[in-house]
Design a protein around this ligand. Structure first.
Ligand code: ZN
Length: 136
């Protein structure tokens, strides 16, 4: 398995527009991609080689809703970019690492993603992602 970089930090927010206003107003950053996906509104804000992924629940039942109810706003996950997600998953499974997704699934921004279980990763939810060609 080859890990290239931290692709993004996923941040759970209660109001996406207010979070975007902070990142693009108080900080000199820009949203380059936004979409609705999986019951969430998502915005990507590149910083150097990585991005911040802002996530707001819109469905009332997304993973972000559960996270916000339990923890409030904050870092939800860290995404590690790998060259080959299938290979990464099978290596981790072979090492007995607990995964939430045992098969890659389609994530935001056209990426193939798989989440590891936070119990296996010292409390931080970790996402593996293999970018599509236009991934940030
Ligand atoms: Zn993510």
């Amino acid at each position: 398995m080859k890990i290239n970089r931290i692709a993004h930090l996923g941040v759970a927010v209660s109001d996406l527009q207010s979070a975007i206003d902070f990142f693009t107003g108080a900080l000199p950053l820009e949203v380059t991609h936004s979409e609705e996906y999986g019951g969430m509104k998502i915005a990507f804000i590149p910083i150097g080689d990585s991005s911040v992924e802002l996530l707001q629940d819109v469905s009332g039942s997304s993973a972000i809703k559960k996270f916000l109810d339990k923890n409030g706003e904050g870092i939800h996950h860290i995404a590690y970019e790998v060259d080959d997600i299938e290979e990464a998953i099978s290596e981790l499974k072979a090492k007995g690492i607990k995964l939430i997704d045992e098969k890659p699934r389609q994530g935001a921004h056209g990426m193939s993603v798989a989440f590891m279980h936070p119990k296996a990763t010292h409390g931080v939810l970790m996402e593996l992602c293999q970018p599509s060609k236009d991934c940030h």
